[in-house]
Every structure is written in C-alpha cells, then in structure tokens.
Design a protein around this ligand. Structure first.
Ligand code: FE2
Ligand code: FE2
Length: 374
C-alpha cells in the first residue's frame, strides 16, 4: 500500500468526521463548521490529483478509499458507522465536486436521524445505499482526543478495561493524563473542540468519562483551583460513573423509560461505584464522593437518599453539572440533538434546585465564551 495515500485518505476521513461532529453541535453555517468543510473540500481535491473521482466504501467498521483500506482508526470506524446508520454503503466523489456539495455531504453525515432517505446523491457526489439496520451496536469505540499519545491512550484503555473487569487499577497513570489535559487547556486548547469528535457513544465509555473529566477541569480552573486538587477534580469526573459497570447492559441501553425495578437497579450505580473505588488504592477521596453523590442533586432530592443535613462536596456538585451538560449534548445518534441554547435554558431552570446555582452560572459563562472562540 502506498503509505502517503493512506495518510491523505486518513486525513480526509478525519476532516469529514470533525466537520460532521461540529455540525451536529452548531449550525452548518457556523464559522467553525465552514472552516472544517473547506478543509475537507481541499483535502479531497488534493487527494484526487489528476483522477476523475475517488470512491469510498464502508464495510463493517472499515473505510476503504480507492481500494486503500484505512487502518482502523477512531475516525474511520466512526465514519463507517455514521454512513451505515444513514444507509450509505459507498460514495463516489467526482472531480467537479463543489464546496456546496461537500457541505451537503457533511449535513448528511451529521444528521441525527436513522435511515438513508435524506442521503440524496448530487451531481458530483453519488451515494450507494445499503440496507439500514437500527440495531444498537455498542462497545469498542476508541476515544480520539487528538492530543493523547498512543501510550496515554493505551493507559486509558487499560484502566477502563480494568474497571470493566471490576479489577483494581493504578490511578497514577490516569492522573498523569488528567494533568496533561490541564496543561493543554492552559495552552489555548479549547476543551469544547476536544469534546466534539467524541459524541454518540455508549454512556459508559471513554467519551462520557473523558468529557466529564475535561468539563470538571474547566470548571475548576475558572474557579482558580490548581495543582493536585484540580487533578483530583478531573479524576472525579473521569471515574464518576464507574458504578455503571455493575448495571445490566439491557437496562443501561434500554431506549425507552425504565420500569420501577430497573430504575432501582440503575439507581444503585453511585453507591456501587463508590464501593468499588474504595477498594482501589490511591483513588482520591473526592472521586469516591463524586461517584456516590453525583445524582443526589443540590436540593438532595435525587439518589441515593441522604439525611437532610447532608453536605455535598463541591467537586460532586461540579460533576453533576458536567454530567448533565454532557449527557444532554451527546444524546445518542438516534435521538434529536439538542442545541446549546436549549441546554442553557434547562441548566438555568435547574440552578438553585437540582444544581448549585453559582457553579451552574459560572459553567455556562465559560461554555459560552469557549463556543464564541470556536
Ligand atoms: Fe451517573
Ligand atoms: Fe454520568
């Protein structure tokens, strides 16, 4: 295989995924989306060189471009799944493709509805349909935080595997990664961009855990928290849902409402997570507390039920906000995506009752600033 071509194709796939993910969060004419669409357009034209077309095929979790199979990367797997969900088995891009058509392609990929009905071919982009399956395939999705090295990713995978096996794990490896996030955020790295490529996943995966970690760090930093305490607040976000490993998958992934028994079972995850983390050496106390407290709610009306004079730890209250924000933002692929204004309204409604009002307003302020910077 020509290594150069593979690299060029990987880059196209990455740009398509980035653009589609960003378009899910923002409007298609948002400057950030436009920039990503233009970048994808440019890469596609460059890749074409003198050829008249490029052909992209999605098979299983693999993407093949012009007969070059792309080594299973996060982006190629993700694009393959997105195309499949929209009923697209292959697509051909002809050399006269226009920026408007590329934009339309991004819109098609970013749609939050199942089915391929909206995947209409245009003059220079031709879709080939496959049978649409709506099965809820889970698992194995690999995080794509671009700043993570292979080693760091390996450490994370290893840690989450250990959690999945309910084994004890060494916290020092992930503490280093959290500290790395802090440095990256300080260096003008916009955490919202890091969150963008990692949507549409199973609740208990890297994604949600890393997202809540990064969102906790942002909150902590804007409150002037630094050093080991800040890292612990990040860790608390990363490990808050560890207890979900004790919840049956059918209950975790049930699309509709849970019945009372299922709800009871689901409600045990904070307690079970805290118990599990207690058995792992070196886990900071606030991470154990966040696991236990992140569903209790500011007004103590959530679960597990606690005495009326219970004092919630501040990191737990931060985790509640990051958790709710991320859960709303990353609604599963088959659900309607929610825009930022709506999320803001919901969070403001909860401020003072379910969520700490000061922390919520601080969080929204920083999220707004960051989204303007994008
Ligand atoms: Fe939870
Ligand atoms: Fe959560």
């Amino acid at each position: 295989m020509n290594r150069d071509r593979s690299g060029i194709y990987q880059e196209i796939v990455r740009q398509l995924v980035m653009a589609a993910s960003t378009a899910t969060l923002y409007a298609i004419d948002h400057p950030q989306v436009s920039r990503l669409c233009e970048a994808a357009d440019k890469s596609i034209k460059e890749a074409m060189g003198g050829e008249t077309e490029i052909a992209l095929i999605a098979i299983g979790d693999e993407i093949i471009i012009d007969e070059v199979p792309l080594k299973g990367s996060y982006y190629s797997e993700r694009l393959a799944r997105q195309l499949k969900a929209r009923g697209i088995g292959h697509l051909k891009i002809l050399h006269k493709v226009t920026p408007a058509e590329i934009r339309q392609l991004i819109v098609t990929i970013s749609r939050n509805k199942p089915g391929g009905d909206d995947a209409r071919s245009t003059e220079n982009i031709r879709f080939g349909k496959v049978e649409v399956r709506h099965s809820d395939e889970k698992g194995q999705e690999i995080a794509g935080y671009e700043d993570l090295t292979e080693d760091e990713l390996g450490t994370l995978i290893n840690t989450f595997d250990k959690i999945a096996e309910r084994e004890s794990f060494d916290v020092s490896g992930i503490t280093n990664i959290v500290t790395g996030f802090v440095g990256a955020i300080r260096n003008q790295f916009n955490p919202l961009l890091a969150l963008v490529p990692l949507r549409e996943m199973d609740e208990y995966t890297f994604t949600h855990s890393l997202d809540v970690c990064v969102l906790n760090l942002v909150q902590g930093m804007t409150l002037g928290i630094d050093g080991p305490l800040l890292a612990d607040i990040g860790l608390a976000g990363m490990l808050h849902d560890a207890g979900k490993i004790f919840i049956d998958r059918e209950v975790l992934n049930k699309p509709g409402k849970l019945d009372e028994t299922e709800m009871e079972h689901m409600r045990s995850h904070p307690r079970r997570g805290a118990e599990y983390l207690l058995g792992c050496p070196g886990i900071p106390r606030i991470a154990i507390l966040s696991s236990f407290e992140h569903h209790i709610k500011f007004n103590l009306t959530g679960y597990p039920s606690v005495s009326s004079d219970w004092q919630l730890a501040l990191p737990s209250q931060m985790t509640m906000i990051s958790d709710i924000f991320d859960a709303m933002r990353t609604r599963r692929i088959y659900q309607t995506s929610l825009d930022f204004d709506y999320i803001e309204r919901v969070l403001l409604e909860k401020a003072g009752t379910e969520l700490n009002p000061y922390l919520t307003r601080n969080f929204l302020k920083v999220m707004k600033r960051l989204s303007v910077e994008l």
